[in-house]
Design a protein around this ligand. Structure first.
Ligand code: ARG
Length: 565
């Protein structure tokens, strides 16, 4: 039931303004004694040349009440609406029970394609904490848009080309005998990369070996290409472990290398449009508003990160005809994306350029506010972080509920969920604080707390030891706490839409915390399992709806819900 729409319909019959516009005016009053919805008459005052108060009085006398809107009241220039609470509770809970896993879904994105560029680690470097946020935020956005009916294309624009990967190739060629590739090839490769960087500082001449590897790779030398492909494949294999854990999905792994033969077209268009200018030996596109120029060809004659991103954009335009393209990449690349989108516009793709959006996010800091990423000099890999979270969760479960079946499986859901939730808990642009004590605090505003709330709803339903009777007396849910929970439940679909609007998954995580806290208040004030079977039945219905909504919300964020913990 869309109450705002319902109210707008009633007003539209009385004034000469269209229903959709009227709907936009409707507000939620600051306090519930004033009603459930409020229609401000100030804007009508201008058109109707009457005072807002008089208009409100006139509307009040003409509006027909029914079993949905049961009362209206004038307060100043506002007309307040009181809805019938029983029908409100009934409509909301019935809808949730009926839609279940689909509650919150909509079709507003139908027919629109959205490309999400996210994760994009750099091959040969281990998948370290710097790529956690892009992966988690991008993964959540992927699911949010899918939930809203968009056709979503997830792209992992792997950093699989250039000096980084060639350092690994050169290092491998020099030192492969010294490493064991049988257990974890990616770890051995990562060690080689780290060693190359270290030795390079003392002995800069080895950089030439990496340069030489790049030349061979560019020339298509068979052995080098084979080695390069092998490094990519073991890297992706190791990334997939993380992607599986957090349930994120890619429709394309076309990385930087994929565009090797697609950059000429970019250069040609730029030349044809006279946009390329020489600057200190490089070829650049000048930018407006004092923005530094966008470098297309370096003074060494090679293409660059931006050139590839432009080629990728042309490719994505041709192949996906996207309505929107999101780039979930850290804030330090803001200038890069401004330059790339501006260049695309200058190339004649204004329509597409204005639908490209950079989605930046803050850093990950430890509890002392220091940038995390390395410990004793070796970078922390994502795998290590997730493993630690799972281990710690297992310890907590051992302490609290050692009898639990499938402890390992539950610990996995809890540990992974805790990391994801922490990453999505605040506005993405804020720095994330990574503090184990906080992340795994079952009583804090955390993933485990949300999972625990879900588990509680399920155990209540189990303990009731009976099916919910479909003949529910919804008038048993009119106490303040129950109404508050139902109001929150009703908001869920709008929250998902808002989180897509702002590309802000944290709207969902904060909403879920709110919902869980409301449910806790309800649970603390009222006995769900109780003497009066009608009351119990209605309360179980509410509990079930809370469980469904939490589960759907957590799943959108990439967090699984154990049934017991
Ligand atoms: N691999 C890059 C990095 O780690 C991120 C790539 C983002 N996507 C893009 N199309 N530029 O910094």
């Amino acid at each position: 039931m869309d109450y705002k729409k319902k109210i707008a319909e009633k007003i539209a019959q009385l004034v000469d303004i269209n229903e959709n516009e009227l709907r936009e005016y409707i507000e939620i009053p600051p306090n519930k004694d004033m009603g459930d919805y409020s229609f401000p008459c100030f804007r009508l005052a201008k058109v109707m040349k009457k005072s807002p108060q008089v208009i409100a009085e006139e509307l009040k006398s003409q509006i027909k009440l029914d079993d949905i809107i049961e009362k209206t009241d004038v307060a100043g220039g506002y007309l307040n609406f009181f809805i019938n609470k029983t029908s409100f509770v009934e409509n909301t809970l019935k809808e949730i029970a009926k839609k279940e896993n689909d509650y919150g879904k909509s079709e507003i994105g139908k027919g629109q394609t959205i490309v999400i560029d996210y994760s994009a680690p750099n091959i040969a470097k281990p998948f370290h904490v710097g790529h956690l946020r892009s992966t988690v935020i991008g993964g959540a956005l992927y699911k949010i848009y899918q939930y809203l009916g968009y056709h979503v294309i997830g792209i992992n624009h792997l950093g699989d080309w250039g000096m980084g990967v060639c350092k690994t190739i050169a290092g491998y060629e020099m030192w492969k005998e010294e490493y064991d590739f049988s257990i974890s090839p990616i770890n051995a490769i990562a060690k080689i990369y780290a060693r190359f960087n270290k030795e390079e500082k003392e002995n800069p001449s080895i950089t030439d070996k990496a340069r030489n590897a790049l030349q061979r790779l560019e020339a298509g030398d068979e052995e080098t290409v084979k080695l390069w492909k092998w490094i990519i494949s073991i890297s992706i294999e190791s990334y997939n472990k993380i992607y599986d854990l957090i349930g994120c999905k890619f429709d394309s792994y076309n990385g930087e290398a994929f565009y090797n033969d697609k950059m000429d077209r970019v250069i040609k268009i730029l030349e044809d449009k006279n946009l390329l200018v020489e600057s200190e030996g490089a070829k650049v596109v000048m930018m407006p508003d004092n923005m530094p120029p966008c470098i297309i060809i370096t003074s060494a004659g090679t293409t660059i990160y931006a050139t590839r991103d432009l080629a990728a954009l042309l490719y994505r335009i041709d192949n996906y005809h996207f309505d929107k393209a999101l780039y979930v990449v850290g804030g330090e690349q803001s200038l890069h994306f401004k330059q790339v989108f501006k260049t695309l516009e200058l190339m004649g793709y204004e329509k597409y350029a204005k639908n490209c959006v950079h989605i930046p996010f803050g850093l990950i800091l430890n509890e002392n506010g220091e940038k995390i990423g390395s410990r004793k000099g070796t970078p922390i890999t994502l795998e290590e972080i997730f493993n630690e979270a799972i281990e710690k969760s297992l310890q907590i479960i051992e302490e609290k509920n050692s009898e639990l079946e499938n402890k390992e499986e539950v610990a996995k859901k809890v540990g992974v969920g805790a990391i994801i939730f922490n990453d999505l808990a605040n506005n993405r642009i804020k720095d994330e604080i990574f503090d184990w004590k906080q992340i795994l605090n079952f009583a804090g505003e955390t993933g485990p707390y949300m999972q625990y709330t879900y588990v509680r709803t399920q155990s209540i339903l189990r303990n009731a030891n009976c099916e919910i009777d479909s003949n529910v007396d919804y008038s048993k849910l009119l106490d303040d706490e129950a109404i508050d929970v139902v109001k929150k439940l009703k908001e869920f679909p709008n929250i998902i839409i808002a989180s897509a609007d702002k590309n802000e998954p944290s709207l969902i995580s904060r909403y879920l915390i709110d919902l869980a806290q409301s449910f806790s208040r309800f649970y603390n004030e009222h006995h769900i399992i109780c003497e009066d079977k009608n009351t119990q039945n209605a309360r179980l219905m509410l509990t079930k709806a809370v469980g469904i909504t939490i589960k759907n919300g957590l799943n959108i964020l990439g967090i699984e819900t154990p049934e017991k913990m």
